[in-house]
Design a protein around this ligand. Sequence first.
Ligand SMILES: Nc1ncnc2c1ncn2[C@@H]1O[C@H](COP(=O)(O)OP(=O)(O)OP(=O)(O)O)[C@@H](O)[C@H]1O
Ligand SMILES: [Mg+2]
Length: 379
Amino acid sequence: MAGSKILIVDDEIKNIKLLKGILFSENYTFCEAQNGDAAIELVHKINPDLILLDVMMPGLSGFEVCRQLKQNGKTKSIPIVMVTALREKEHRLEAMQAGADDFLSKPVDSTEVVVRVKSLLRIKSYHDEISDNYREIAAKNDKLLELEKIKDGLMHMIVHDLRNPLAALSGYLELALLDQDNLLQNQIECLQNSLESCHELNDMIGSLLDIYKMEQGQMQLDLEPAALDRVVVESIEQFQFKAADKQIAINFERRDRDLTVSIDRKLVKRVFANLLNNAIRHTPAGGKIDISAGSDPANESLHIEIRDNGHGLAPEYHQRVFDKFEQVKLANRSGHAIGASGLGLAYCKLAVEAHGGKIWVESDGIGKGANFKFCLPMK
Ligand SMILES: Nc1ncnc2c1ncn2[C@@H]1O[C@H](COP(=O)(O)OP(=O)(O)OP(=O)(O)O)[C@@H](O)[C@H]1O
Ligand SMILES: [Mg+2]
């Protein structure tokens, strides 16, 4: 590489001149040092691209200089070629153990010097290029993380500010619906639909604000001992009509008598609501949903499963569905469900993890149903 900086270290000036002479035609820049301490000082000052290092010198030996440079994070990537009159195998071995990249025997062969220097400089330039790229990617990554933070903060602010106008809108719609005697049937239906949409939007805002809080670690859990089977039964009751609409049977199996666990009831109930809502949505009419809950004494945790016999999930989605706004697109389903925003499972993951638990999904593939499982620590 023309223009590369080469440091030649040798206590004898004639040896330095010889190496410079051999490499003269390659357009390198040279600097020199006649002992180990001066060499180390110079390396830190000029950051050479390659070092030709004599072994036998008064004071610090070449081996020691090499060892020190290779142990230093700032200088370890500079290629070092040991140049020595010592031919014995153990000296070659010591040079390699000290971290040297190559070895030249004195008297040096000029072709060999040129070839080795060239090839090490080429490797060094690849290394520098990779390091530069890595630094550039790391800087871009930091910038992206910063932008992501700003975006999240902004989104949080906007979502938060939507609450008040939405509450006002719902209030006016409710007010208008009080006067049903003076409204036509289709006007009543329009107002009712609008109100329902307001409620959906309000739920979505609630989820987004909770997700934001949990992501920031700002969600204070309101922990209290609760019978998990009660929470499950209440959730099933909440979805009874929706399931009945599609003739979907929901079964619940308690695998233990005592399913008491310390939880934030409101949060865990929403986890069940999200999982049940999904299971009903993705199970065809006449299907079934089996819920089971029991303790795992070995892991001191409660295990809960919500298994449906619906569409199921392809393996590449098993992790991704827990990301915010991630929804599965299937060839036989043109779009997403109305009112679905891809937040439910992200909410479940954060809520379960806030309890110190874990959530995951198992599915044998499309058409084979999905089994959402989570565990909650009992202590
Ligand atoms: N039981 C299930 N069977 C098959 N696919 C499922 C099941 N539950 C979730 N999914 C897939 O995972 C995606 C993400 O689910 P998630 O609950 O996060 O969002 P959503 O249901 O689309 O919207 P939201 O819950 O915000 O109303 C869904 O869009 C769906 O494709
Ligand atoms: Mg959902």
